[in-house]
Design a protein around this ligand. Structure first.
Ligand SMILES: *[C@@H]1O[C@H](CO)[C@@H](O)[C@H](O)[C@H]1NC(C)=O
Ligand SMILES: *[C@@H]1O[C@H](CO)[C@@H](O)[C@H](O)[C@H]1NC(C)=O
Length: 290
């Protein structure tokens, strides 16, 4: 019942406006061609868009109006109107009147300018059991009434239910109006944004840990070198001091062996008492190098 009413209504509106619309694509050029069967220059032509003058020819020259200035060309024989740089606002009812051989003829044409479609977005929602997902294709549009969605090899419609067993299988959505189309392709992987994020997080953590380890090693080496340098200075200084002391002490006491033993004991115990194992390693290194 509603369907019949709808069809009747469509028929009515078509007969009212005279003709099914001509479609033009935004930004492009379009010709509106009335059927006057003329073979010679017309006496007068007037084109109107939604009641406003577009272009007028008085038999000698033509005048363009409003937003149509510099965008229209008019054929003075056929009355064909050509419009460039189509905008959505150019849609509507065009009426043309021609006057020739003292006869006025009138025709009406409908123009519908369609937008160029942008790349669609595909959204994925997984089912509760995680075995299926619903892909929804959509595109930003000011003319949703003209859009047709299709999943290539899977039929028409905005939604598509897919199994998640094969995550690398590709699904392509194509969105169309009468004059343009755009596609987007996804795999079931897009249904798992979390996995991608966690993989990224893990690799980031690994990178940070590695970087930390490298920094620790570099700092350790620098510290060790610095310490060695300091130790070297300190020991040479000590050696000078102790040898002087040793001489002054040993010469009068006349106990060379005991003095040497004392000297050795002093130096080793001083170092050992104040230092950790790490520093022992450093000391070892300096001994090997020396
Ligand atoms: C134009 O000519 C065709 C035949 O060539 C004719 O059928 C049609 O009625 C004519 N249209 C007008 C508006 O004179
Ligand atoms: C998409 O539009 C282009 C023109 O822009 C056309 O050549 C192509 O055949 C269309 N593709 C489909 C699948 O409709």
């Amino acid at each position: 019942m509603t369907r019949l009413y709808f069809v009747l209504c469509l028929v009515c509106s078509c007969s009212v406006s005279g003709q099914s619309p001509t479609f033009g694509l935004m930004g492009l050029k379009l010709n509106l061609k009335p059927q006057f069967n003329g073979s010679k220059q017309l006496d007068e032509i007037l084109w109107k868009h939604n009641g406003n003058k577009v272009v007028e020819f008085d038999g000698i020259k033509q005048q363009e109006f409003g937003l149509f200035e510099n965008r229209v060309t008019l054929d003075w024989i056929s009355a064909e109107l050509s419009i460039t740089g189509l905008t959505l606002d150019d849609s509507g009812v065009y009426e043309v009147e021609v006057y020739t051989d003292k006869v006025l003829k009138r025709q009406t044409l409908n123009l519908e300018v369609l937008e160029k479609l942008a790349k669609p977005n595909i959204k994925c929602e997984t089912s509760n059991d995680g075995e299926e997902a619903t892909l929804t294709c959509s595109v930003e549009s000011r003319q949703p009434q003209y859009l047709m969605y299709e999943w290539i090899y899977h039929g028409t419609g905005q939604r598509l239910t897919v199994p998640l067993s094969d995550k690398s299988k590709e699904y392509t959505c194509i969105v169309r109006n009468r004059l343009s189309n755009a596609t987007a392709t996804v795999t079931a992987k897009t249904c798992y944004p979390d996995e991608g994020v966690s993989a990224l997080t893990i690799s980031l953590i690994v990178a940070v840990v590695l970087l930390g380890a490298v920094i620790a090693v570099v700092v350790g080496i620098i510290y060790c070198k610095r310490y060695n340098k300091g130790l070297k200075n300190e020991t040479t200084h000590n050696e000078e001091g102790t040898s002087l002391l040793h001489r002054t002490l040993t010469v009068p006491s006349d106990q060379r062996l005991g003095g040497e033993l004392l000297y050795n004991n002093n130096t080793t115990s001083d170092l050992e008492r104040s230092d950790t194992q790490n520093i022992e390693l450093c000391k070892h290194e300096i001994l090997v190098r020396d």
